[in-house]
Ligand binder design. Sequence first.
Ligand SMILES: [Cu+2]
Length: 489
Amino acid sequence: MTLVLLLVFTFLVLLVLLRASKLIEVAQSLKNPMDVRYRTSNIQGIMMVVFGVLFLVGVFYYNFHYKNYMLGFGPHESASVHGVDLDHILWITILVTGFVFVLTHIALFWFAYKYRERAGHKAKFISHDNKLELIWTITPAVVMTLLVFSGLDVWNKIMPDIEDKSELVQLEVTGFQFGWILRYPGPDKEFGARNFRLIDGTNPLGQDWSDPKNHDDMHVSKIVLPKGKQVRVKITARDVLHSFFLPHFRVKMDAVPGMPTYVIFTPQYTTEEYRQKLKGVPEYMVPSDPEDPDGPKKWETFKYELACAELCGKGHFSMRREVVVVEPEEYEKWLKEQNSYYLQNIKKKEATPKHEASSDDVSANMEKMLSEGAGAIKLEHVHFKTGSAQLTEDSWPELTTLAHTLKAHEGLKLEVSGHTDAQGNDAANMSLSQKRADAVVIFLKKSGIGNTILVPKGYGETVPVASNDTPEGRAQNRRTEVKILSESH
Ligand SMILES: [Cu+2]
């Protein structure tokens, strides 16, 4: 309220001052009308020049100051082969348009001063000039044509038709609110068929299990790619428009529901090699975590990332995934360690119907708990920074999936509980567990949970599930759980 009053007061004072200055002006112009006009023109002309200079200096200062954060400049060379051409054409465009920008900027503000109204100067009127018209039509037309054609040339180079798919690394990404489902085709190098009618809690992509090509397809939590190999990404969406954006690789393509899109690119630096490029750059020599000044530096923790470049809803911010580029041998090794989604999550359950759902799948666990109407589930992938209530990034996907599941149910009331191990002070553990439960609830609410009510509660070390005498036991005791308080409210 005080603020509003203060604003109204300031506004009124300004109004009075403005009126008063007008009054003085009118009084003066009655005495000597032209003098006042010339003086005003003079002041405005000078102010135009001052603004023009400050603005131009500001533009260059700003660009120089942030150069090490900019893509295609400083240490941020393109991490993909085609990105080099793309950066090149972008630079040519910036040089051409930048040159014109500086010239017109200077002319605009200088002319405003030079041709201000002065005593003894009269404006000259030119109705038409054919030569000038020709010059300022043809010059931009020629420059634009050159830019568009060189742009098309680059576009054709980065969007090639691929005849032989056997050598390609293939990956499918599906955007949903709010996350990505990443699928690799497995040893047969072909993706199995999908049908949106088959989508449910345990089949997030709607894969048709009667198609054997689906049986070796793998769902993974981060994109891993080999250096120097051509990668083809198939991009789809499950609900609204998303956009597959790999800034370091200069890759961006919309994810459209119902219509797969494709991009092809070749990574040219491994994550480790890119970190070496950032080493020594002042902006990357600072601690990665400001609360831990002795911890690793920013360049050491640098990660390529996948982001969603389409503002797709409340939880848009959580659509971030890590991208790792490794040497081809290491990639092959990683690929062998990945499991088929079908064998892990579908076949196992079919063979033994009573079998527990994989403890990894929070959405399936949640559905199971709701159908039984009781029990609690542990959030397997929710982690915090040591001694803090700050969620680590690898917690985001599971929490986003959980929020998504909660949204699909009406009127739930759940408790989110935080637990610690028995090390350290009891009271401190109690307070930390409460803060952690709070942090999880805040994250879930931000991601959108419909009308679900979440009650955060910290239990400290009071409810252990294993012995606190061994490191494994303590790790089991540090956990976040969700349980049903009531199924309608
Ligand atoms: Cu999105």
